[in-house]
Design a protein around this ligand. Structure first.
Ligand SMILES: [Zn+2]
Length: 79
């Protein structure tokens, strides 16, 4: 029985968005997304959702906290 590539795609979706895939998985996902509208839409949706969650969370942050976070992020920005 052949595995549905879309199942695999769904499985690695979160890691893909977290950028924690291995190069091999990454390449696999990319090449699948190129030929699969369904998964491309799903990935785009998840990405938008994440951005939205991040944005609305940032809006609820007390003033000054965002600056502090950005400062912390700046520390390893060169990594
Ligand atoms: Zn697919």
């Amino acid at each position: 029985m052949t595995r549905d590539p879309c199942d695999k795609c769904e499985e690695i979706l979160q890691d893909y968005l977290d950028r924690t895939l291995t190069n091999e998985e990454w390449a696999e996902a990319e090449s699948h997304l190129e030929g699969c509208d369904y998964c491309r839409r799903r990935y785009r949706f998840e990405e938008t959702l994440r951005r939205y969650v991040k944005t609305s969370a940032a809006e609820r942050m007390p003033p000054g906290l965002m600056d502090k976070l950005q400062e912390l992020r700046g520390l390893d920005a060169t990594a």
